[in-house]
Design a protein around this ligand. Sequence first.
Ligand code: FAD
Length: 314
Amino acid sequence: MLGPALLAAARSDGIRRLVSAAPVTRSVVDRFVAGERLPEAVAVSAGLIGSGLTVTLDHLGEDVTDRAQALRTRDAYLELTEALTRAGFGAAAAGTDGAAELSVKLSAFGQALPGGHDLAHRNVRPVVEAAAAAGIGVTLDMEDHSTTDSTLAVHRALREEFPATGAVVQSCLLRTEEDCHALAAAGARVRLVKGAYREPAAVAHQERRAVDLSYVRCLRVLLAGGGYPMLGTHDPRLIAIARTVAERLGRKPDGYEFQMLYGIREHEQRRLAAEGHRVRVYVPYGTDWYAYFMRRLAERPANLAFFLRSLASR
Ligand code: FAD
């Protein structure tokens, strides 16, 4: 019951101001966010890479409301790409082997503004180009269902120039199995997640079990296909199923990867990596952490209880 309310709150400016100003919020946020500044994100990434993991960095921000803000997103990612290159985290050649990659949300590049599809494509392209030159991959995060067609179209267009550009699909959406067939046939890098947005019954499964079953169908399609599957989940059952299916299909451990969020199931991240799996940690950083943080609260009531206790103990 709380999840939908928190997801609605994630888009409320009033609640954003309240939560962001709460005196203890930062310490709770720190569990999920690597820091507010770029050097902190690079330092956290260096630690993760040093321990045998790989990373994908997200400069936090979404739903920008003007063009200048969209350009600031582009510049922040260009700066991030330079910092990662200086830190030695690029790969010799563009592809899937880099220790660091970028995750971008097209709404932060202007997708929701008038003419937003073309604007977001125009703004994100220089980032993908600079990253490719540095051997750093880029994955387009997926936002709510109203953006799916546009984001997949930008992904297709970017892949014509930069074939390693990754896409994300959400097993909660009814359309996703079909999208997986198309992306697997096209040989794309695809992150499969359950989906973090509140979606209507007309387009999405409403029961957790249905979302999980859809995840299993989709991972079978991706693992059987010609692309590079990136399985974004902390769910132990789905991870176990993915390993079994991959083995049955003859996928080697370097033919796919698991992805998890910074601060969540860290022991499992290290355990999978120690067993020879590729594990990539999604590392968000920046001052605009509110919506990301609220989605993490919505995923797990215990996180909300922890947050409320920390407020009450002041
Ligand atoms: P769940 O059933 O939610 O969780 C399984 C177990 O994981 C829980 O029992 C708990 O132990 C642990 N867990 C999960 N979430 C939390 C949490 N917040 N706090 C503490 N423990 C937790 N969604 C999108 O819509 N678009 C994206 O582009 C996107 N990118 C993602 C990238 C990565 C690398 C990952 C891992 C997730 C991404 N997501 C994205 C979020 C995803 O859609 C889910 O909301 C999120 O991963 C929770 O689902 P789950 O598969 O972990 O399963």
